[in-house]
Ligand binder design. Sequence first.
Ligand code: NAD
Length: 333
Amino acid sequence: MKKTITVFKGDGIGPEITDCVLEILEAAGAELDYEIFNVGEAEWKRNGALIPDEAYASFERNRVLLKSPITTPIGHGFRSLNVTLRNKYDLYANIRPAKSNAAVKTPFSNVDMVIFRENTEDLYVGVEKMIDEDTVHATKIITRKASTRIIRDAFEYAKNHGRKKVTCVHKANILKMSDGLFLSIFEEIAKEYPEIEHDDKIIDNTCMQMVMNPNQFDIIVTPNLYGDLLSDLASGLIGGLGLLPSSNLGTDYAMFEAVHGSAPDIAGKHIANPTALLWSACMMLEYLGQKDCAAKIRGAVDEVLEDGTCLTPDLHGMATTEEYRDAIIKKIK
Ligand code: NAD
């Protein structure tokens, strides 16, 4: 039986990469039906709602969302819709796998790490207070509940996927109480998994180590802000943001999206790389138990990357988004 999922098209390159991904899913025979909505800044300008009520209702019904990037105003304006969705549906585990592809040449090889980013608290609670006209305080929240569940998920993933090591990334040398709590919970939970190696690193050192020797990292678990920063860094190691997918999982809901933003600098130019969203869709198919379909798509993408003649400009090719899509569909067929 087909599963109905909700799709948010988003802003910038969102609509173009979504259309492309839906066509590939169709060609691969995904057992899916879609409820598709425009959301985000553009929708707000058109209809006065960032996320229309019907779009929320659809996600609440279907509980699985494939979401494109949404533009968030910088330094003013509405709160990030991504943060809103993650909080509203308690999508606490942001899982971001960064894996080198042999066909995409970068100065780094054999990178294969999965970042577990806590997704509901830390500085992203967005609580800022004007103390006086020259002073602002921002609140960082770290709780035992949220830290425990993401750290446990990271160890469980390691156990179930044959991973060897979990690294906790923090700044507990300075933030002794908040990151200190995160680290102490990590150390407690690590004892329950003696078969999995564990260590911890300070965030600044981690940035250097990720560039000097990324192969030492296997699973990383970290509070919200560091996870956000490290995953963009990780994307740079494997060929850029066009290649980094993610899932946002909670107990009741699941949302799948590319790590990248709405890329307004290339929107409408037909050069966006849809792979990150496509691989997020593959994570969604795997989550839904449609593993063969995901494998078919992953295989076709690998072949197109390996072939190297039809790549988007971020991968040093000349192809348009649509030509790249068609090359993948041809391989699938
Ligand atoms: P961005 O990720 O949109 O773009 C960063 C750079 O990477 C740009 O040069 C862009 O052209 C390039 N890039 C990104 N995705 C690409 C793709 N698929 N193919 C080829 N090139 C790609 O980051 P930004 O410019 O800092 O943010 C733009 C907007 O997106 C902001 O409003 C930001 O708040 C928002 N944003 C949204 C999400 C989300 O919806 N999950 C995530 C991050 C940023």
